[in-house]
Design a protein around this ligand. Structure first.
Ligand code: ARG
Ligand code: ASP
Length: 718
């Protein structure tokens, strides 16, 4: 009987922990600590976040504004993903030293490579400042006045709240404007490249395996933070010394099993978990399909050229990966939302919500939220579609139009800000565009234009579509534009940009490419953008009230987490496989055997370096194997999103066991609706990382810096 009760309690706790959530580190004690401990965590909330002593949060910086990283030695050594360090690895690569292809390892600090614009930011302190931010706001009934006042308060507070000279204040909103939290941060700017595996390990499987489980990618790279003699931030200097972090993670090689507790800390970018059903319906039925169709058209063209031409392959590899990444994500997201009936689940929630409102006697305050949402989202539909298509067509996928748009903005600058601003921007453009044209191929883009414009003319809401593009002959138009427009090369665009402002603007307006972007942009701004902003503002205010009501009317046991907003969060769960489809079960661990199963000699996605094959054949695994196999990737129920890449995966004791880098395709809907059945995050097993550093790269200097906890049976081997 007692056992049964314990079992029920255990099952309950596990089910709860799989509900997802990205939690604020400073609030874990009240919100999550008990549950985390019930799931097996041995450390305390105070060990994770403390203002008084060093804690885990001191080892988790934001990497380059978009990814996460973790400190793994007392000499500033930092671990993040290969795809997060990609640009920096690429920038040091030349034909002679192709670090992307061959990898890079610094065997001494002197060999490390500085990176001009790379920075990492630590969180020093977190503090609720809601009352201060909302001072003088209650009396304002107009939503834009309210927003303006809040922005004013925030910028005053950012300047006036106490911090040290090397630190920065940053106030962020939580729960859609119901809570404001201050983050005091410190940013280091001398960050050097220490190590990266070859792409055939770090990007193994590339776009085919992206977002996919089972996965076999060694997605990691190593950097080192340097500081001045006082351990404070400093610009790059030879005299800087390795940064001593307040905390760094010991690494555990202890065995990891299904159902083990894991926790991920990092900077998740954006989620929308509390959208009403009407908004989710719009994403599933209207917005995602349109964006997918545009990207699919562009990718198909680029892929065709890249497969035939090596130079084009190099020019377009990174751009292609970027476009393909979210193309594939949206497909997974849409399917997942449909399959899990997310709209139905939301509708049920809304029905219950409406009942709670009545029960609480709050009709006056909250009774109209859902009907208002419904009205607004219906009205928003075409404007939202126009906005997404404008951004996908003109700003992202047709490169000629994206450059043209910069010219369009230049014309606006002249009209609104005058000659001086025009000249400044023009000079910036002339300097900056060289990089763009290095990787631009007009022949490729002409075909992209043809395909994407066809989608645009078909999909863009007819009432807003410029007349010129109704039933457009895209083939004829693209031939005409690419044979006459000066936007097709750096030399020609420089001609367009030369002379006084009058000449420049007159030249633009005579250019066939500029005429296309101008028609598209004008029609978007005149017909759709203004109205979109107007309805969106109403929805933002509604969302704030909706969130307030959800927080107020939910029982305490429904712990409600704030949507991701690029601030430091903790998510936790357990190692777990999943069932993607009928009769299919995916186990939670992959091994090096699977890398060899996927191996296609010479293939650009699935080639394997010879040295790794030799290590595999000789089973030369050092202390890193488990039952004779090298673990490679694993999955768990941690609720993560874009920005969590590079996040540390920690065990019950706060030791590093892995490196987060992706999610499973069937579960990418977790940004909108987290389902414990199929949402999983994907991590590189830390034993694969050490195996590559030690056995593949022979970088003993790096291994020696780490604090490694070997399982008892393996101690002697080291
Ligand atoms: N899907 C991962 C994330 O969203 C990894 C992306 C990098 N890899 C790639 N093949 N594009 O960002
Ligand atoms: N790959 C993503 C990133 O770069 C992580 C994710 O979306 O799960 O942050």
């Amino acid at each position: 009987m007692k056992f049964l009760r314990l079992l029920i309690l255990l099952l309950f706790v596990q089910a709860q922990a799989q509900q997802g959530g990205m939690w604020i580190p400073s609030l874990l004690k009240g919100m999550n600590e008990t549950e985390m401990k019930n799931l097996g965590m041995k450390i305390s909330a105070e060990d994770i976040y403390s203002v008084n002593k060093s804690s885990l949060k001191d080892a988790v910086p934001h990497f380059d504004g978009g990814c996460t990283a973790e400190m793994i030695s007392n000499k500033g050594l930092l671990l993040t993903n290969h795809h997060c360090g990609y640009d920096n690895i690429q920038s040091h690569s030349t034909v002679e030293h192709d670090y992307l292809t061959n990898g890079f390892w610094a065997y001494s600090m002197a060999e490390e490579l500085p990176n001009k614009d790379l920075y990492v930011t630590f969180v020093i302190r977190i503090e609720d400042v809601t009352i201060k931010v909302l001072e003088g706001v209650a009396s304002l009934s107009n939503e834009s006045d309210r927003q303006r006042k809040i922005q004013e308060n925030i910028s005053v507070l950012n300047k006036s709240l106490p911090k040290e000279a090397t630190q920065e204040n940053s106030i962020r909103t939580f729960y859609d404007g119901n809570q404001y939290i201050l983050f005091v941060t410190e940013t280091y700017r001398d960050v050097r490249l220490v190590g990266a595996p070859p792409s055939s390990i770090g990007k193994f499987g590339s776009d085919t395996d992206n977002w996919v489980w089972p996965r076999h990618t060694g997605d990691f790279s190593l950097f080192r933070i340097y500081a001045d003699k006082n351990n404070k931030p400093a610009a790059y200097s030879k005299d800087n010394v390795p940064y001593v972090p307040k905390h760094f993670f010991p690494i555990s090689l202890e065995s990891l099993k299904e159902n083990d507790f894991t926790m991920v800390m990092g900077y998740p970018g954006r989620t929308q978990e509390y959208l009403p059903s009407f908004a989710v319906e719009q994403i599933v039925n209207t917005l995602n399909p349109a964006k997918i169709e545009v990207r699919e058209a562009a990718l198909k063209v680029q892929d065709g050229f890249m497969r035939k031409d090596k130079a084009i392959k190099i020019q377009y590899a990174s751009k292609y990966a970027g476009v393909a990444n979210y193309w594939k994500k949206w497909i997974g997201e849409t399917k997942g939302l449909q399959k899990s009936n997310a709209v139905g689940v939301k509708q049920k929630f809304e029905k219950e919500f409406a009942e709670k409102v009545i029960k609480a006697g709050k009709q006056e305050e909250y009774g109209n939220i859902l009907s208002e949402f419904e009205k607004n989202y219906t009205e928003l539909n075409d404007y939202a579609l126009a906005r997404d298509l404008f951004s996908e067509v003109a700003l992202r996928n047709i490169e000629l139009l994206s450059v043209g748009f910069k010219m369009y903005q230049l014309e606006q600058i002249l009209n609104t800000k005058g000659e001086q601003s025009f000249n400044d921007r023009r000079n910036n453009l002339v300097d900056g565009l060289g990089d763009f044209y290095k990787d631009f191929n007009a022949t490729v883009d002409e075909k992209v234009f043809e395909q994407v414009m066809t989608v645009y003319s078909k999909r863009y809401p007819a009432q807003f579509l410029p007349v010129a593009f109704k039933n457009v002959d895209a083939e004829k138009l693209s031939k005409e534009v690419y044979s006459t427009s000066k936007l097709v090369s750096y030399d020609k665009i420089k001609e367009l940009l030369a002379g006084d402002s009058k000449t420049v603007i007159a030249n633009f307006n005579n250019d066939s490419g500029f005429q296309v972007i101008k028609a598209i942009a004008d029609s978007f701004y005149k017909n759709a953008a203004f109205k979109y902003d107007e309805i969106n503002l109403k929805n933002m205010a509604l969302q704030r009230t909706y969130m307030k009501a959800i927080l107020e009317l939910s029982p305490k046991s429904d712990r409600i987490f704030p949507d991701a907003n690029s601030t430091l969060r903790v998510t936790y769960g357990i190692v777990k496989g999943y069932k993607p489809n009928d009769a299919v079960y995916y186990e939670p661990f992959t091994t090096l055997d699977g890398v060899m199963e996927k191996y296609i000699p010479g293939d650009y996605e699935f080639d394997v370096p010879q040295k790794l094959i030799t290590l595999y054949n000789n089973k030369d695994y050092g202390p890193y194997a488990v039952n004779g196999k090298i673990p490679v990737n694993f999955i768990a129920t941690n609720h993560t999103t874009g920005g969590n890449s590079g996040s540390p995966a920690l065990d019950k004791n706060g030791n590093l066991i892995g490196l987060n880098f992706d999610r499973v395709w069937e579960g990418t809907m977790s940004d909108i609706y987290y389902s414990p059945d199929i949402c999983r995050n994907i991590m590189v097993d830390v034993r694969y990382i050490l195996f590559i550093i030690d056995k593949y790269a022979g970088a003993q200097n790096i291994i020696n810096e780490l604090s490694i906890k070997y399982p008892k049976s393996k101690k002697i081997k080291k």
